[in-house]
Design a protein around this ligand. Structure first.
Ligand code: SD4
Length: 313
């Protein structure tokens, strides 16, 4: 017996994503449509780390990464995409209307515009502009652990999510995984990447196998945190493989985190990575390097339950 439908998303802000996905799932829609709607909902909100309101790169430009994967291993991805509001939908268009799986930079933007996505102004959100000005004073690249669950203030670290001036919670790279009423799995991941990154830097989030992986026979995985560390171990794919070999979602996420930390435990103290996973039965699990990683699960009768992942440290 499996739990379905089900949706699980990274961080506290997974509530927004899950709510959008749940509407699709309860109406009998595909998991693919559900996760795309989750991405769109989160890209519409002001955030440090997703969509056009996100923190810019060190040259002051917001550049977006996203990908999507369905139950048939169809995949689409965009990276280093500027001035387009819904990278997750562009990723889906790449998947469904091109012979390719990934488009980047000006080519991705050209494709998006040709596909009917409006070109948005290149301006920063008020929050991002404040953060960027503050950042420019020192101009050091120092990712803040769990920035996704904090107010958008570089250098501050606190556990509790704080409300932004517009009443939204600040949030992060949003990864969403869903099982639909048919029992089919899909996932998506969308982000503005690490704030104040080098121009042209791409993280794990648009890379199938790193930031997201779905195997309809086994399960689905996505993650948030320091993308370089996730790419190094092909993170999401690694977690799916552990589940394929019989591990529960929790154990699989834990083993992948141990793999990442095991390279250099001292260095691992300075970064965050958190995985969330769901298996074909609808069992969920998560694990992170640092405390403070949260995720949101929605199933019948239990909507948007916030859970805190266990962590290595
Ligand atoms: C990245 N994994 O670009 C993303 C960042 C992230 O919440 O998760 N932010 O490396």
């Amino acid at each position: 017996d499996s739990v379905k439908p089900l949706v699980i998303s990274t961080w506290d802000s997974g509530k927004t994503a899950n709510t959008a996905a749940w509407e699709v799932l309860t109406a009998g829609g595909r998991a693919l449509d559900a996760v795309e709607q989750a991405g769109i909902a989160i890209e519409n909100e002001l955030s440090c780390c997703v969509g056009l309101g996100g923190n810019p790169d060190r040259d002051g430009f917001v550049t977006l990464d996203a990908c999507i994967m369905d139950e048939k291993a169809n995949i689409g991805s965009v990276a280093f995409l500027e001035r387009i509001k819904h990278p997750v939908s562009v990723a889906r268009k790449v998947m469904e209307t091109t012979p390719h799986v990934m488009l980047v930079g000006s080519g991705a933007q050209q494709f998006a515009v040709a596909s009917g996505f409006p070109l948005e102004p290149a301006s920063l959100s008020k929050e991002a502009e404040k953060s960027y000005k503050k950042w420019l004073k020192k101009a050091e690249y120092k990712p803040v652990i769990n920035i996704e669950n904090q107010k958008n203030t570089p250098g501050k670290n606190a556990d509790a999510p704080k409300k932004l001036e517009n009443g939204h919670f600040n949030h992060d790279t949003m990864g969403t995984l869903a099982i639909d009423q048919n029992g089919d799995l899909s996932g998506m991941c969308t982000t503005s990447g690490m704030g104040f990154k080098m121009r042209g830097r791409v993280g794990d989030s648009p890379i199938i196998g790193a930031g997201l992986f779905v195997d309809n026979r086994v399960g689905a995985v996505t993650c948030s945190g320091q993308g370089e560390e996730v790419i190094r171990v092909a993170g999401a794919h690694l977690v799916v493989e552990f589940m394929r070999n019989g591990d529960s979602p929790l154990t699989a996420c834990k083993k992948a985190i141990q793999r990442i930390v095991g390279r250099d435990e001292t260095r691992a103290k300075s970064f965050q990575v958190g995985f969330i996973a769901v298996n074909k039965k609808g069992e969920t699990g998560a694990f992170s390097v640092q405390p403070g990683f949260s995720y949101t699960v929605t199933v019948e009768g239990e909507e948007n339950t916030l859970r805190h992942a266990q962590s290595y440290f």
